[in-house]
Every structure is written in C-alpha cells, then in structure tokens.
Design a protein around this ligand. Structure first.
Ligand code: ADP
Ligand code: MG
Length: 253
C-alpha cells in the first residue's frame, strides 16, 4: 500500500470478559509507513487490543478492518496471511537450533496451524524455499552473519531482531510488536530503533506496545494512550507527554 494510506482501522471496538470491559469503544487507525505506540498502565487493555488485531481474539462489538476487509472470526493464521504479523512479549525460540532454522520454522508454522516443531516434515523443495526466505529476511534485518549460530547463544537484543525476521517472512505490511525493547541495553535499543526506522522507510506500518518511554518518544510518529480499556489521549509524542490526563493516569490514582 502507498505511504500514508490507512491500512488498519478499529472502530468502536469493545471486548468484555463477563462483567469486565477490557476494551471500550476503541477507535484506532494505522497508516502505511507509520510507527504507532500503544501505551498505558498495566491492565489498561493493550494486550486485549493486540489479540484482537492479530486474530487471536474477536471483539464483543465493533469492527476491525484491515485494508478494507473485516478480520472478525478469521483467526490468527488467516489474519497473518492477509498481512498482519506479530511478535510476543516473551521471546519464543528453539534455543538449540540455528538462527536460520528458527526463522524458517517460524515461517512454516505461521502457515500451518498447531504443528509442533517435532512434526516439521516437509518435502525438499518446500524446505529449501523456507530456508531461502529465512536467509533473505535475516539479511534484511542485518543478522545474516549469525545465521549458523545457535539461537540460544544470541544476546537478547539479537533474539528480538530474530523474532522480527521471523515475523517478516509472512511478507506483512503491518507489524505488531509486544514490548520489543523490554530488558534491552541501550546499544540494543538503538539497533532495534534503527531497524524499525528502516522498515518504516520501506513503507511498513508498525504498532508497538512499549513501556520504555525514552525508546517510544525518540522513535514513534504517534502515540495512543489507554486507561481502563479506553483511549484517553492520542497525538504526537511531545503532545501526549504533557497531556494532563496522561500524567494523571501514570502518576495519579
Ligand atoms: P494490558 O495489556 O494493558 O496490561 P490487558 O489487555 O492484559 O491489559 O488486560 C485488560 C483487562 O482485561 C485486565 O483487567 C485483565 O485482567 C482483563 N483480561 C484480559 N484478558 C482476559 C481474559 N481472557 N479473561 C478475563 N479477563 C481478562
Ligand atoms: Mg499486556
């Protein structure tokens, strides 16, 4: 999609768990070539929103359109095939397998619901295709020099980038990243920010949940702030940072 085009639109998304309203009338839009941060205190409803945007969960009411099509009820595999890829809050790697194999297996599993790595049986041609695709994505993120290393031997920052390479295998135009900078050292955060800047320049849309405000403020185009399931503020990082409602949500109580 062309830069600036709205590719994801959530409209009045509400998700209730029994009596608890985890998301209430959430409106959200993401454009191609934009990095958007979703922030808010613990329990604000960020993960619930992420789960719905990636097809893991569905709204109680409201709708989510991706490139004009509703994703309701499609499930994570079909949503991924449409072009939305995600990473998870905790690194999910096979530590004794190589970096290349981890990316290739991830790419394979994305298209095959519920298959365990042990059941990774492919014909030669398909295996070769997956390994080639994995190598291309490792090159894209700058990890190709490490592709024969054991994934578990990588530093945390490199493991996070490996997971992004894996997410890129589905050829998404929207990346959902759950706390990509958590636990990283300054140098690693800088490398991650550099990669996300590069993907943005290619026209990728990135939506991230992140608690590290220094990382968020130096990187993103726009911030959406949630509290108690609702959007309480939205705007440029500088604007949001001095918004009284946001300061109250973080500091007050
Ligand atoms: P955040 O990611 O912002 O910390 P969550 O989306 O995880 O917030 O949670 C928002 C609220 O919804 C919390 O009160 C949480 O306990 C509740 N919640 C989330 N998922 C479920 C679920 N599957 N069942 C019941 N309650 C849930
Ligand atoms: Mg969460």
């Amino acid at each position: 999609p062309p830069h600036g085009e709205v590719i994801l639109e959530a409209r009045r998304v509400t998700r209730s768990f029994g009596g608890l309203v985890a998301n209430k009338n959430m409106d959200l839009s993401v454009r191609a070539g934009e990095i958007l941060a979703l922030i808010g205190p613990n329990g604000a409803g960020k993960s619930t929103m992420f789960n719905q945007l990636s097809g893991v969960d569905d709204p109680t009411s409201g709708e989510i359109l991706f490139r004009g099509r509703s994703i309701a009820g499609l499930g994570p595999h079909r949503v991924a095939a449409m072009g939305i890829s995600r990473t998870f809050q905790h690194v999910r790697l096979l530590p004794r397998m190589s970096v290349l194999e981890n990316v290739a297996i991830g790419a394979h599993l994305r298209g095959h619901k519920g298959v365990l790595p042990a059941a990774w049986r492919l014909d030669r041609a398909e295996e070769a295709r997956l390994l080639r695709e994995a190598a291309v994505q490792l090159e894209r993120v700058g990890l190709h020099g490490l592709m024969d290393e054991e994934a578990g031997s990588l530093a945390l920052g490199q493991q996070r980038i490996l997971e992004i390479a894996r997410a890129l295998c589905a050829d998404p135009c929207l990346l959902l990243l759950d706390e990509p900078a958590a636990g990283l050292r300054l140098k690693e955060k800088q490398a991650l920010a550099e990669l996300l800047n590069r993907l943005r320049a290619e026209g990728m849309a990135v939506l991230l949940v992140e608690h590290d405000m220094d990382f968020v403020m130096g990187l993103v185009d726009r911030v959406v702030v949630m509290e108690f399931g609702e959007k309480i503020a939205e705007g440029l990082p500088e604007e949001v940072q001095r918004n009284p409602a946001v300061l109250e949500a973080y500091l007050g109580g």
